[in-house]
Design a protein around this ligand. Structure first.
Ligand code: NAD
Ligand code: IPM
Ligand code: MN
Length: 362
């Protein structure tokens, strides 16, 4: 689903690279396009048409660009483009949103933070995605005693916290065996439950993993101050949304952060960024986040070599100094969205022809 704003621009490049990887690794990606968000509102009057939801449920995986934009900003509640995306996440049941943030050496200079602070960053934000304040009832506008009021409810069940904690600990075991659970347990009852349940899950089965708890305000500061200390960060829906945009300052741009939402019937793969209305339609958007989301999709579908090849092609492209405007550095070659996609595709292809040559020589 291309969605709105820069969504179509970046998913086009992701599809191009999926096709290229398929050529090299011997699979084909059969894809169909559906409307979601603002474009679906314009066409059908709803941000999540039934045909879109059904197609997603029937697919092996869903790739999404972004939704929303100024054209739909006056809409409220379930009529907003964003409600379409939230509805889709719930429909698919993808409660675990994985948002990896890495800063390879060749990107350390692109960060607004000092190179020595961000170098070596390799964290995985595990964001709870289908609960918390985004969904719980009651919510909405209410009649107050002194005019209009509105409310949302931050609510979690033990079961919802348990399952996301298992995801975090399992990921930590594949990485550096460290989990930071982020909450606001010094103030919020819902966070006290979060903290207790994460601690219980930890002591019941993950004694090999180190667990620490941080309050969200402090966590935001520590992630900027000493990012390379973090391994897996597990947190509630709203806190994870905020921390992942904050973490974009580490590699220097939101345009390189991918995500995978899993745990449900079908995986949903989308960049962390939004529809970037300020640059939409100008060919300036960085397609790397969408391309890396497609790589996470292939990883999830079992095409691990193809996923690794895409990540490698992105690294070669960026380390070669090819940059979209969001990551411009002195001496770089400034390119458009499409040129960036073409460059990554070339690297996927060239690696394949090198393999053939090696094969032929042998
Ligand atoms: P945004 O992520 O769209 O943009 C924030 C800033 O980052 C902008 O300056 C933008 O130009 C830049 N940026 C984002 N993606 C980029 C890319 N690929 N390449 C280069 N620069 C990029 O956030 P926003 O401006 O707060 O929101 C705009 C709209 O997008 C809103 O309607 C919002 O609800 C929606 N949104 C959607 C998603 C999603 O679909 N997953 C995520 C976030 C925001
Ligand atoms: C994200 C976005 C979404 C969210 C919006 C568009 C619903 O900001 O994926 O990070 O808040 O989850
Ligand atoms: Mn967000």
């Amino acid at each position: 689903m291309p969605g709105d704003g820069v969504g179509p621009e970046v998913t086009r490049e992701a599809l191009r690279i999926l096709a290229e990887a398929g050529q090299r690794f011997g699979f084909a990606v059969a894809s169909e396009e559906f409307l979601i968000g603002g474009s679906a509102i314009d066409a059908f009057g709803t941000p999540l048409p039934e045909a879109t939801a059904i197609a997603c449920l029937e697919s092996d995986a869903v790739l999404l660009g972004a939704v929303g934009g100024p054209a739909w900003d006056d809409l409220h509640g379930d009529l907003r483009p964003e409600a379409g995306l939230l509805g889709l996440r719930r429909t698919l049941g993808v409660y675990a949103n994985l948002r990896p943030v890495t800063v390879p050496d060749f990107l350390a200079g692109a960060s607004p933070l000092r190179r020595e602070v961000v170098a070596g960053t390799d964290m995985m934000i595990v964001r709870e995605l289908t609960g918390g304040i985004y969904f719980a009832e009651p919510k909405g506008p209410v009649e107050g005693t002194q005019g209009a009021e509105a409310l949302n409810t931050m609510r979690y069940s033990e079961a919802e916290i348990e399952r996301i904690a298992h995801v975090a600990f399992t990921w930590a075991r594949r990485r550096r065996c460290r989990v930071t659970s982020v909450d606001k347990a010094n103030v919020l009852e819902v966070s006290q439950l979060w903290n207790d349940v994460v601690t219980q899950v930890h002591s019941a089965g993950y004694s090999d993993v180190e667990l620490e708890h941080l309050y969200i305000d402090n966590a935001a500061m520590q992630i900027v101050r000493r990012p390379s200390d973090f391994d897996v960060v597990v947190t509630a829906n709203l806190f994870g949304d905020i921390l992942s945009d904050l973490a974009a300052t580490l590699p220097g741009s939101l345009g390189v952060l991918p995500s995978a939402s899993v745990g449900g019937s079908t995986g949903l793969f989308e960049p962390v960024h939004g529809s970037a209305p300020d640059i939409a339609g100008e060919g300036k958007a960085n397609p790397v986040a969408a391309v890396l989301s497609a790589a996470m999709m292939l990883e999830e579908l079992g095409e691990t070599d193809a996923a690794a090849a895409i990540r490698e092609a992105v690294s070669e492209t960026l380390s070669g100094g090819v940059r979209t405007a969001d990551m411009r550095e002195e001496g770089c070659r400034l390119v458009s969205t499409e040129e960036m996609g073409a460059c990554i595709a070339d690297h996927v292809r060239q690696a394949a022809s090198k393999e053939h040559k090696v094969g032929a020589a042998a």
